[in-house]
Design a binder for this molecule. Structure first.
Ligand code: UT7
Length: 338
């Protein structure tokens, strides 16, 4: 009998490993003391209510694609590959350089990943983990081998610098990871994602899209900047991060006690502490860098992952939980064996 060709669906599932990480933070540091001069706030309020002490702000001519390209280059070096080996680039961002082309296409040119297919995704602060899960699907289905995933945002471009409720929270940056199948290697064990569009208005940029274009008449209302119901967002963040973390640990057959490291979204130290307490994970096992970088949206968990990698917080074989929450509302959790 003539052997039938094997279709992709018949091929064995593959483990997806993070083989390299990278990040980039702009040079300019904006401290709480400087914000005291811009809006009615205090270092004491910002530090005690959020844990943030300073954040990075991109230069005027430095765009999301520049931050993403630098993080990508550092991940490519860390993985020991060349840009030509990348099959797919996924950029998670809510601050693309343009509506069109995608920021991923711009990054492709900046890093010289000539063979790559490129697209952006929009899931706010959850974007990096959403993108990792998309990459995982492409690799396990044998469609692509080597994928660059980047979380990058220049939030300073959509912050209302006169609104003390939001302007003290955010910063600019990018984090990146190279994903690839590694035979008999460790990798992503399980991922859970969730969304609830009914809560969309709690955290949004109302203007600038086709539903509410910026016109000469509404320009003064700053509709193209971030609006947030902080307290409500806080509650949903804690509830959904804890629930999705429990679900993904259950999927992986693990308990919080098995985790060597937890890398959460970096929005507020009080959110991180509440999540840690409910999961019963001691704070020393939680990666925190929001004191230095603030909330960098899609970049935050990716920057923290890179820092955890480079500072030896994760040893080969360790179980690591990544957990995020953001506008949409959206959330996700992944368990990785490092
Ligand atoms: O990344 C996506 C997910 N984002 C989040 O998860 C963020 C979730 N929310 C939060 O982190 C917190 O809700 C905030 C940090 C945004 C706010 O903290 P809060 O403890 O919830 O404060 P609040 O909004 O309830 O405001 C308390 C008071 C208010 O004054 P009154 O009404 O009590 O007189 C605010 O006007 O604090 C005031 N306030 C400030 N005061 C000084 C708000 N912002 C400031 C500020 N400086 N920057």
């Amino acid at each position: 009998m003539t052997p039938q060709p094997r279709t992709r669906t018949q091929l064995p599932k593959r483990t997806v490993s993070i083989i390299g990480t990278g990040s980039y933070l702009p040079e300019r540091v904006l401290t709480n003391a400087e914000l005291e001069k811009m809006v009615e706030t205090s270092d004491d309020w910002i530090t005690s209510r959020t844990g943030i002490r300073e954040r990075r702000i991109a230069a005027e001519g430095e765009f999301t694609s520049d931050l993403a390209a630098k993080a990508a280059q550092s991940a490519i070096e860390n993985a020991g590959i060349t840009a030509e080996e990348i099959d797919l680039i996924i950029i998670a961002t809510i601050t693309p350089d343009h509506f069109m082309p995608s920021t991923a296409c711009i990054v492709q040119t900046k890093i010289g990943a000539k063979r790559a297919v490129c697209f952006d995704i929009s899931a706010a602060c959850s974007g990096f983990l959403y993108a990792v899960e998309i990459a995982q699907q492409f690799i396990t289905s044998h469609t692509y081998n080597t994928i660059l995933v980047v979380g990058a945002d220049k939030l300073s471009s959509i912050v209302n610098w006169k609104d003390r409720n939001t302007c003290v929270l955010f910063g600019d940056g990018a984090g990146a990871a190279i994903l690839r199948h590694r035979a008999h290697g460790h990798g992503v064990i399980a991922t859970r994602m969730g969304s609830n569009g009914q809560l969309a208005e709690l955290l949004q940029v109302p203007g600038g899209g086709c539903a509410c274009p910026i016109t000469a008449e509404n320009a003064g209302e700053r509709l193209n900047t971030i609006r947030m119901e902080g307290r409500e967002t806080f509650k949903h963040a804690v509830t959904n991060m804890v629930e999705s973390a429990r679900q993904v640990l259950d999927d992986a057959g693990l308990t919080p006690a098995d985790l060597a490291c937890v890398i959460p979204h970096q929005a507020n130290l009080r959110i991180i502490s509440a999540v840690a307490e409910r999961l019963e994970v001691p704070l020393e096992r939680i990666m925190v860098n929001l004191d230095r970088f603030g909330n960098t949206s899609a970049a935050a968990v990716a920057i923290a992952l890179d820092e955890a990698n480079r500072t030896g917080r994760m040893k080969v074989g360790d179980y690591v939980l990544l957990v995020v929450f953001g506008g949409g509302m959206t959330w996700a959790s992944s368990v990785i064996q490092w």
